[in-house]
Ligand binder design. Sequence first.
Ligand SMILES: [Zn+2]
Length: 283
Amino acid sequence: MNEQLRQAVDADRLPHACVLEGGTAEGRLKLAKELAAALVCKGDAPKPCGTCDACRKAESGNHPDILFVGPENGRKTLSVETVRNMRDDAYILPNEADRKVYIIDPADSMQDYAQNALLKILEEPPAYATFLLLCTSKASLLPTVLSRTAVFSLTPVVGADRDGETVKKAQELAQDISAALNSGSQTKLLAAVAPFEKDYDLLPLALEQLELMLRDALVVKAGGTKILSGADGTVKALAGLYADQALLSMVEAVEDISSAITLHANKNLTLSRLVSRLSACEQ
Ligand SMILES: [Zn+2]
């Protein structure tokens, strides 16, 4: 939890709707769960205390007032119906806590209709409800929705509070991986990943950048023009070479590996997994 969020939680003034953007999908979900636990916690500050009954339920995913909202029935998009059901549910008082927390993940899976349905709740939210919207970038949300939320960035899309040199290095390494993917050569992919044996600390940031490029390529394929990674040439090449499904599989691979970095310290295994997962996504 960053300082800004810490202060908001301590003062019990977390805005009723927050966008958590940037970082990895895993990182966003972890933060959302922590915030949700803090909101339902019955223990002492700093919240979440981690030991009260509410915290334990939150930890095990069984707190009745922490609700996860996402695409249903194997769909990729979060439907209007799901948003409407959430709205109906939001007007029912909390079960145990003073608050009810909705974790909408991924919020960028809501198309405009669904976002407009959400807007209706955000305009007149029940006093006890908090909505956490998780997404890669706030740019995927309608301006009207954004105007009703507070945005918190896990890591800047283009490194504001990071050392500029480090971000630049990570971007270059991510570009090298993209270029290797465009070449279709596993040898090149191995070579592009090799620098992380020495600079393993750069891997999370480089994977963030890579994910951004892959998502940009999906945007380009869908006819969009907004390239967030700034790597226009690489992104367009990816969009030209890979089908949507392959790009989505690569995004998934990058997210899986990103979350594995924190779970396992085994450097070589992580790197070889990255190579095999990415090269399994054929052009
Ligand atoms: Zn607690």
